[in-house]
Design a protein around this ligand. Structure first.
Ligand SMILES: [Zn+2]
Ligand SMILES: [Zn+2]
Length: 114
């Protein structure tokens, strides 16, 4: 069981699924919405979720990834994520010029459906 929370603690979530690893999206949308080099998330099937949404602190919170899966911000995981590693970097073709990728995650120029 993986648990996590937002900055203020108002949003808490639990993921009851095996997590393959962390996906980092470097696209311009994720860069601007976070003000950083992108966003790091874990992706799991919808059926494995329980989720609560914050209206207080504005932290990124779990949401829909596509029709059948949801994502959770990897940086929000507080317990159970000790073995996670970055496995995929997506939209590397539009990453910030100062963003140097230094881990072993596979780099994809555009999107990738893992
Ligand atoms: Zn993105
Ligand atoms: Zn919050």
């Amino acid at each position: 069981m993986v648990t996590g929370e937002c900055n203020c603690g108002a949003v808490q979530f639990e993921i009851d699924a095996d997590l393959a690893g962390v996906f980092v999206c470097h696209c311009s949308i994720c860069r601007r919405s976070t003000g950083s080099n992108g966003i790091a998330v874990v992706v799991v099937p919808d059926a494995d979720w329980q989720t609560w949404f914050c209206s207080v602190c504005g932290s990124p919170v779990p949401g829909a990834n596509d029709a059948t899966r949801m994502f959770a911000p990897a940086g929000s995981i507080t317990h159970g994520g000790e073995a996670l590693k970055v496995i995929h970097h997506i939209w590397v073709g539009s990453k910030a010029v100062w963003d140097e990728i230094g881990d072993a995650g596979k780099q994809h120029t555009e999107g990738f459906r893992g």
